[in-house]
Write a protein that binds this ligand. Structure first.
Ligand code: AHR
Length: 664
C-alpha cells in the first residue's frame, strides 16, 4: 500500500472543545473521524517544563551571576556554616594591613542590610580588599567579556584607587581594570574585563589601594554573553538547553520552594522584582540562599524569550506540611488577618504580568523594561498541600477572589504529592466541588509504574477539571527510565483532551550541589549534559500535535497478547499539517508494527525518523560524549509501512505534508 496515496482522502469532521476559561468547563467528549480513525483535539499546551530553585538551579545555575554571596546576606539561617563573609576572603597580599568588618548601620536599603567596611591603615604594595571564590570557582572563557559592578561608599579618604582583578591559582591574572572612588554616598561603579585565557576556577579580587575606610556592597560579575545578551540575565548554555525543549509552558518558581519551610519562608514574588539590590533575600527550603536575582521579571522574560506560557505558582497561604522536618511545625496557615494582603499580592501578580502601564504593577513591569504585558494565562495556587481544613479555607478564598477579578485566568489547583491516597482523593473531591479548571498531579515512581500506568487516563472519569501532571519522573537517568516516561507520555497524548499539561521534574541540577535526583539537565560551571530523559522530553515536546488520531499504529503481537513495554501514539499538528508518530519499545526485542495511514488527508513531501536507542542502562555523563542521544534521518515509505522499532528505543516519525485545505 502506498502510505501517501493521494486518493485516500476522507473528510475530517472535527468539532472543538470549548476553550477552558477561569470557570470550569463541562467536558465534552469529542469523537470525530478521519476515515476509519477516531480523532480528538488535544491540549495545545501539553508538554512544558518545571523550574524549581533546588540543586543550585537559580543562584549558581541558570542565573548567570558569578559572585556568590554578592551582597553579604548569607547567614546561618541559610546554612549553619554560613555568615555574611562566606565565600569571601580578606586579602592583604602586599603586606598591607587594616581590618574588615560586617556592618549594617547605613545599608543601601534596609532589605539588603549587610555590607562590609574595609578600614585600611596601610595598603602595602598590593592593596587591601576582598576575594570571592564564586560558586565553586569562576569559570572564564578566553576572549569573552565579564561585566563587573559594585556599590562603594567612602567613609574616610578621597578618590581611592580600586583595582578589580580575575585571578587564578598561581597568581596568574586573567584580566583587570581600575577606577577611583568618587563619593561619600553609596555609588555604583561598573567596568569590564576581557578574559585573557580559559579558566575553570578563577576568583575575583577587589582591592583598595590607599589608606581609607570604605564600605562595599553588591559586588557583581556577569558574563556579557548571557542568554540573548540580556542584563541581569541567564547562563546562555543552560537557557538554550531549556529553549531547545521547545516547551509550551514553564512552571516556576517550584515546587516545595513555593509554599516554603514555615510561613516566614513562603515565596513572596514581590520580594523578587525591581533593582536587584532592593530585593529582599531569603533562605532556600533546600538549605542554601536565594538572592532573588532571578526573580519574577526574569522568569516572565525568559518565558517570553522561549515562547513558553508562564505558569507562576503561589502558595495557598499555607506552608509545606513537612516544614521543619521530622518533629517540625508541619503545615501552618496564614492567620485570617493576613489573608487580605496575601490575596492582594496574588491579584497584584496578575496585574504585574498583564496590567496596563497605567496600573500600579503594570507600571513596575514597564519600569523594568517591559511595557508590553506578558500575557499570563495560568496561575497555580498551592503545591502538593496536605488537604486540611486550613488549606481548603484559604485556597477557596484566594480562588474565589481571583476568579471574580480575572475570570479568564486559568487556575491550577493541587491534589497532594502522590498518584493516589488520602490527599489525592480529598483533593479531587474538593476540585470537583469548586470546579477548579485544572489540577496538578505528581508522580515520582519506578519505571515499571510508568509502563503499567500508560492507560491511567484512558478510563479516567471525564471530570470537570482537567489534569496538569506538574511533576513526574521515573527514578533514574538510564535509557530505560527515559523510555518508561516516553511510554507514559504516549498515554498523555492519547488523553490530551483531559491532560492539559505535563512537565518532567526537576529540570536542572548543579553537580556539586544535587539536592534531588534524577534531574533533566546536569551542569557544572563550564558545561552541561542532557540526560536520556531530556531527549525523550525534547522528542515529544518538539513534536506536539493538537489532534490525536487513534488506531494508526498497531504492534503485531500474537492475538490477545499485550505488552506493557510497547506504546505508541499518533498526532497531527494542524499548524504545519504534519502527522507525527511516536513508537516506544522499552523491551529487549524488536517490535514489528503496522502503520495504517489510510484515511489521513496527507500528501507526502517527506518523512523523517528521529531515533533514540541503546542499552537499558545507558546514561550520559558530564565527561561526555553523550552515550544516549537522538539521531535524525529521512525514512522511506517502505521502511515506514511495516516499521520495526529497535529494542529499547523511542522512534518519532514526522510525516511532512503539503498543507491541504478544508479538512480541519
Ligand atoms: O521536584 C522536587 C520536589 O518534589 C518539589 O519541590 C515538590 O513539589 C515535590 O515533592
Amino acid at each position: 500500500m502506498n502510505l501517501f496515496n493521494k486518493n485516500l482522502l476522507y473528510p475530517l469532521l472535527l468539532t472543538t472543545l470549548l476553550p477552558v476559561t477561569g470557570r470550569a468547563q463541562q467536558h465534552i467528549s469529542v469523537q470525530s473521524h478521519i476515515g476509519q480513525k477516531s480523532v480528538k483535539p488535544i491540549s495545545k499546551d501539553l508538554f512544558g517544563v518545571f523550574f524549581e530553585d533546588l540543586s543550585y538551579s537559580a543562584d549558581g545555575g541558570l542565573y548567570a551571576e558569578l559572585i556568590q554571596n554578592r551582597s553579604f546576606e548569607y547567614s546561618p539561617g541559610d546554612n549553619k556554616k554560613w555568615n555574611p563573609l562566606s565565600f569571601w576572603d580578606y586579602t592583604t597580599e602586599g603586606h598591607g594591613y587594616g581590618k574588615i568588618t560586617v556592618e549594617s548601620a547605613q545599608p543601601i536599603a534596609s532589605v539588603n542590610p549587610h555590607y562590609i567596611v574595609l578600614d585600611i591603615d596601610d595598603p602595602g604594595t598590593e592593596g587591601v580588599g576582598i576575594t570571592n571564590s564564586g560558586f565553586d570557582g569562576i569559570a572564564l572563557h578566553s576572549g569573552e567579556n565579564y561585566d563587573f559592578s559594585v556599590y562603594i561608599k567612602l567613609i574616610t579618604g578621597s578618590r581611592v584607587p580600586v583595582k578589580v582583578e580575575l585571578r587564578g591559582k598561581n597568581g596568574i591574572s586573567y584580566g583587570q581594570f581600575s577606577f577611583k572612588t568618587a563619593g561619600k554616598i553609596w555609588t555604583k561603579y561598573t567596568g569590564s574585563i576581557k578574559a585573557l585565557a580559559d579558566a575553570d576556577s578563577a576568583k575575583l579580587t577587589v582591592l583598595a589601594l590607599a589608606k581609607s575606610k570604605i564600605a562595599i556592597d553588591e559586588v557583581s560579575l556577569f558574563p556579557r554573553n548571557t542568554f540573548r545578551g540580556e542584563k541581569n540575565g541567564l547562563r546562555a548554555d543552560l537557557a538554550q538547553a531549556i529553549a531547545d525543549l521547545k516547551p509550551k509552558f514553564m512552571r516556576f518558581p517550584g515546587g516545595c520552594l513555593v509554599h516554603g519551610d514555615g510561613l516566614d519562608n513562603m515565596y513572596r514574588w514581590k520580594n523578587t522584582i525591581g533593582p536587584v539590590e532592593l530585593r529582599s533575600q531569603q533562605r532556600n527550603i533546600w538549605h542554601y540562599h536565594q538572592s532573588y536575582g532571578l526573580g519574577f521579571f526574569e522568569y516572565f522574560r525568559f518565558c517570553e524569550d522561549i515562547g513558553a506560557k508562564p505558569l507562576p505558582v503561589v502558595a495557598a497561604a499555607v506552608s509545606c506540611q513537612n516544614s521543619g522536618g521530622v518533629g517540625g511545625t508541619g503545615q501552618k496557615a496564614l492567620p485570617p488577618a493576613d489573608m487580605k494582603s496575601y490575596i492582594q499580592d496574588v491579584l497584584d501578580l496578575i496585574e504585574y504580568a498583564n496590567g496596563p502601564v497605567t496600573s500600579k504593577y503594570g507600571a513596575k513591569r514597564a519600569a523594568a523594561g517591559h511595557p508590553k504585558p506578558f500575557n499570563l494565562q495560568y496561575i497555580g495556587i498551592g503545591n502538593e498541600d496536605k488537604q486540611t481544613a486550613d488549606f481548603r479555607d484559604r485556597f477557596k478564598i484566594i480562588y474565589d477572589v481571583v476568579r471574580a477579578k480575572y475570570p479568564a485566568i486559568i487556575i491550577v489547583g493541587t491534589v497532594g504529592p502522590f498518584p493516589s491516597g488520602e490527599d489525592y482523593d480529598l483533593g479531587w473531591k474538593f476540585a470537583d466541588k469548586l470546579n477548579v479548571p485544572v489540577v496538578d498531579e505528581h508522580f515520582y515512581q519506578k519505571p515499571a509504574w510508568f509502563l503499567n500506568n500508560n492507560n491511567r487516563y484512558d478510563g479516567f472519569r471525564r471530570p470537570k477539571s482537567k489534569v496538569y501532571i506538574g511533576e513526574y519522573a521515573s527514578w533514574g537517568n538510564n535509557l530505560i527510565n527515559a523510555l518508561s516516561e516516553a511510554a507514559f507520555m504516549t498515554g498523555l497524548e492519547r488523553n490530551g483532551d483531559i491532560v492539559k499539561m505535563a512537565s518532567y521534574a526537576p529540570l536542572l541540577a548543579n553537580l556539586s550541589h544535587v539536592s534531588w535526583n534524577p534531574d533533566l539537565i546536569y551542569f557544572n560551571n563550564k558545561t552541561l549534559f542532557r540526560t536520556a530523559n531530556y531527549f525523550v522530553q525534547q522528542m515529544f515536546s518538539a513534536n506536539q500535535g493538537d489532534i490525536y488520531l487513534s488506531d494508526v499504529i498497531k504492534f503485531r503481537l500474537p492475538a490477545a497478547q499485550t505488552d506493557s513495554t510497547l506504546a505508541a501514539s499518533c498526532v497531527k499538528d494542524s499548524g504545519t499539517g504534519d502527522i507525527i508518530l511516536k513508537i516506544v519499545n522499552a523491551g529487549g526485542k524488536e517490535a514489528n508494527t503496522t502503520i495504517d495511514l489510510a484515511g489521513l488527508k496527507i500528501q507526502q513531501r517527506n518523512a523523517t525518523l528521529e531515533l533514540l536507542k541503546g542499552a537499558p542502562s545507558d546514561k550520559n555523563s558530564i565527561s561526555g560524549p553523550d552515550v544516549v542521544r537522538s539521531v535524525k534521518k529521512d525514512i522511506g515509505s517502505s521502511e515506514l509501512e511495516n516499521y520495526v522499532a529497535p529494542p529499547f528505543s523511542l522512534s518519532v516519525i514526522r510525516l511532512k505534508t503539503e498543507k491541504t485545505t478544508g479538512h480541519d
